[in-house]
Write a protein that binds this ligand. Structure first.
Ligand SMILES: [Zn+2]
Length: 237
């Protein structure tokens, strides 16, 4: 039955389809692209969660700093006033006025600080929820990439081992069958297809009519009407 070299080609095909499958798998390893997409969306902060939390926190920090300098200023005005240096009533009046301004400013700041003390914690909590989500996704990516790297190395080794079997299998296939097969393989990735028990091409699914089916069974080179692959059927027994 090995007259036309179809069985030898089948053996080559088994090696080639294993190689093809490994290549496809290596190309589609999950390196966390979905997670990276998700991170991008979250980091864009569409609801302004991160921005709001940052703005409130920095406003609070600025106000607390300002309060400190206003308190210092008040102390300085007091010491000017009661230190005995200033005696001129006009000057005393000016200092008193300035003290009033500073005190007003302090109490306005105090009111806003009290508000911020209420606003900052929930905003921070919301932001840290989002940040937690982002860092969890980053962790997922690291995990996936580590696994992908391992799988890639494994596939590479398996590919090398399988590819080493190819030259011997290649030599067993006569021309012009080999050239036809290689052309198809180059174009389609896989050059041979099996005919199923239901008389169909197992790759494209097209039915194989009775005549070509008989030809395949009788070890003739027949190409699938649908995908052009060389058809083959393992003989029973
Ligand atoms: Zn087909």
């Amino acid at each position: 039955m090995a007259e036309t070299g179809l069985f030898a080609l089948y053996k080559l095909h088994l090696i080639d389809s294993a190689l093809y499958e490994m290549k496809t798998r290596a190309a589609s390893l999950d390196v966390g692209r979905g997670e990276a997409e998700e991170i991008k969306k979250l980091e864009a902060d569409p609801e302004g969660t991160l921005a709001a939390s940052r703005a409130l926190s920095s406003e609070l920090k600025d106000l607390e700093l300002e309060q400190k300098s206003l308190e210092d200023k008040l102390k300085k005005l007091d010491s000017d006033l009661y230190g005995g240096k200033v005696v001129n009533p006009r000057e005393v009046e000016n200092i008193e006025l300035e003290k009033t301004h500073v005190k007003d400013h302090i109490s306005r700041n105090d009111a806003r600080i009290l508000e911020l003390w209420e606003l900052v914690p929930p905003a921070k909590e919301k932001a840290s929820g989002l940040e937690g989500q982002i860092s969890q996704l980053k962790g997922e990516i690291v995990k996936k990439q580590t696994a992908a790297k391992e799988e890639h190395a494994r596939l590479q080794a398996a590919y090398k081992a399988e590819a080493a079997k190819r030259p011997a299998a290649l030599k067993a296939v006569p021309e012009p069958l080999l050239t036809l097969y290689e052309k198809l393989r180059e174009k389609l990735g896989v050059g041979m297809a099996m005919v199923t028990d239901a008389h169909r091409c197992d790759t494209c699914g097209l039915p194989v009519a009775e005549k070509p089916f008989d030809a395949v069974v009788h070890d003739k080179v027949v190409q699938c009407e649908g995908c052009r692959r060389i058809l083959f059927r393992l003989q029973q027994g």
